[in-house]
Design a protein around this ligand. Structure first.
Ligand code: AP5
Length: 208
């Protein structure tokens, strides 16, 4: 299965992408995770990306498209793209990568959540610095405050999860990413992302 997960910041792409990946044994590639790792490691890509990410803006298309060519080529039998493509320009870049590998997308899952709910989700998000597991201080807290249940790593708040940056990210979503809903209209599957994580997951599972 070759899937794209689409939706505004905080709609649950990472949370649901991880569940789909485990249940169906398909690798997930998150551009956000790859870029954050590049920033952490101080790579040239990370240095370029940091300026945009800290402001809540999208990283330029050419950097992101180049980044995804290899993972897609080496997992052409199945993958979940979490947060890519995010502009029509990236979608066109993805077409070229898919053609080069003689493959097509099976579905684009678009997770919809109201803006207020998204702001609340992002404001309370915590992530494990070691294994990347996701938590929310209210909706899915870790057993011990600030400590990951899975690996005992310490939990942190993402730099771009501050309110002003969240607003910028939502603006970037509306202006640059939302047009993809129309672009993918023939293969898009809209999923209501409101409700508990397991409820959303069962909606996605029944669609795919
Ligand atoms: P990225 O890391 O992709 O961030 P995003 O798209 O803004 O999405 P998030 O990771 O914030 O949210 P999510 O939808 O994965 O939700 P999650 O599951 O974590 O990108 C970050 C930045 O990198 C971008 O701003 C941009 O600068 C750059 N970038 C990345 N890709 C790019 C690209 N292709 N092109 C250009 N630039 C790019 O859930 C959020 C919280 O809600 C968690 O705490 C979770 O526990 C909780 N939660 C999840 N589901 C539920 C539920 N059902 N009920 C209650 N709480 C829930």
């Amino acid at each position: 299965m070759r899937l794209v997960l689409l939706g505004p910041p905080g709609c649950g792409k990472g949370t649901q992408g991880e569940k789909i990946s485990k249940k169906y044994n398909i690798p997930r590639f998150s551009t956000g995770d790859i870029l954050r790792a590049a920033i952490k490691n101080g790579t040239p890509l990370g240095k370029k990306a940091a300026t945009f990410m800290n402001r809540g803006e999208l990283v330029p298309d050419e950097l992101v498209v180049d980044l995804m060519a290899e993972p897609i080529a080496s997992h052409s039998q199945g993958f979940i793209l979490d947060g890519f493509p995010r502009t029509v320009g990236q979608a066109l870049g993805l077409v070229k990568i898919l053609e080069k590998n003689g493959i097509e997308l099976d579905a684009v899952v678009n997770i919809t959540v109201a803006e207020d709910a998204v702001v609340k989700r992002l404001g309370g998000r915590r992530q494990c610095s070691k294994c990347g597991a996701l938590y929310h201080i209210e909706y899915s807290p870790s057993k011990k405050d600030g400590v990951c249940d899975k690996c005992s790593g310490s939990l942190y708040q993402r730099d771009d999860d501050k309110e002003e940056t969240i607003r910028n990210r939502l603006r970037a979503y509306k202006n640059e990413t939302a047009p993809l809903v129309d672009y993918y209209k023939t293969i898009i599957k809209n999923v209501d992302g409101n409700g508990k994580e397991e409820e959303v997951f069962s909606r996605i599972s029944s669609l795919i």
